[in-house]
Design a protein around this ligand. Sequence first.
Ligand code: ASP
Length: 458
Amino acid sequence: MKVVKFGGSSLADGQSFQQAIKIITADPERWVIVTSAPGKRHDGDTKVTDLLIEYANQTLRHEDTSSICQTILQRYQAIADYFGVEKSALQPIEDALVNLPNGDYPDKNYLMAAFKAHGERLNARLMAVVLNHLGYKSRFVDPSEAGIIVSGTPNNATVLPITYDNLAKLKINDDERLVFPGFFGFTPTKHIATFSRGGSDITGAILARGLKARVYENFTDVDAIFAANPNVVKNPVPIKRMTYREMRELSYAGFSVFHDEALIPAIEGQIPVNVRNTKNPSAPGTMIVPENGFKIASMVTGVTCAKHFAGLYLHKYLMNKELGFSLQILEILKKYHVSYEHMPSGIDDITIIFDRDQLTDVKVDRICNEIQEKFDPDTLRWIDDYAITMVVGEGMNHQVGVMARIAHAVAKHHLSLTMVNQGASQISIMIGTKGEDADEAVRAIYDEFFNSQEKEND
Ligand code: ASP
């Protein structure tokens, strides 16, 4: 059995629904379907999830919501009309939408989560209606019925292990397809909580693990995951196969086709993930597979960069002899609820790298002041513009000269490196540059490993 998940752009209107249904019905193994909310139909369009966020905000501000509610309803109505579905079949969708403000929500965050979740909840209902209308027996399964139980905050939930016991007990009839909404589950107190944005991928992975799928097919709007961002590198090569951990490392620094949290259930269940294109279903896409038995095809699998980092550089003579130095720094960070990403160090200096998006300017100033006062370092420098480039490949493991090739490629472009870090797994090398140099560093490294003569010898 295969779990097939369709992203928002693959279910944005009647035509894309039809294409998704063609894919579902082309393979008898595809009987568990996961929907996203209708996404953008064209540039400048608004995703239904974003319309629902607006609907929630207007509700919270006690404004008139009739217009936004109609706009959302029309998105579902247009899909139903495309297939000539009778009006009465849409009534439950309209009722659920109109009644959202009357729900029982412990606070405004739960309200927001419940509104957002209805993008997928109503789309899955509609998909089941349309499939039945076309003669394909199907059943909508709500996460409350399936027992998808989550904890954490209402808009950033994580799945609880009990979910897998519940899924194992789910009643399944051989003659019908099951349509699940992505993106949300229920808390132990039976309130809706969503995963982080883009989280329908996570539901697909949970179901693939819980229902023991042979493969999890994730249909989106690209032919494959590419070895570099096509906006940075011209015509990068598609990745045919990669391991879970390669994907994990690359998504840390910008590969966003597949939600990084969705990898975890897939890894736990050792379910291969196949990222494919709804508009070009004959393309094989990218397989993300277990490390065990993986056949290495090239030294480097992908190169990517992320520019949302910042660094704190500290220099103090004899830092290496000072007992508890880094411990005390970490205590200051903990006090401000700040986690660090990396901490490369030398004899007398250390750089602490942060995710800049998690820090306000006020927090940065306070942390710097406190470190200055407590340690009186010879140098304290805040580097607000810090980018990390990741070079990832199972083929790099135990290879001689990988770092030399990276350094040589970057040096040819006169880019200076602020940090080099090789993960213990030896399948990734991370380099730090100024934000403005990062794209060029990616191009230089990509050229070195994918376009140079040595490539043939990899
Ligand atoms: N509809 C949700 C979002 O836009 C989840 C998803 O599409 O996966 O974030």
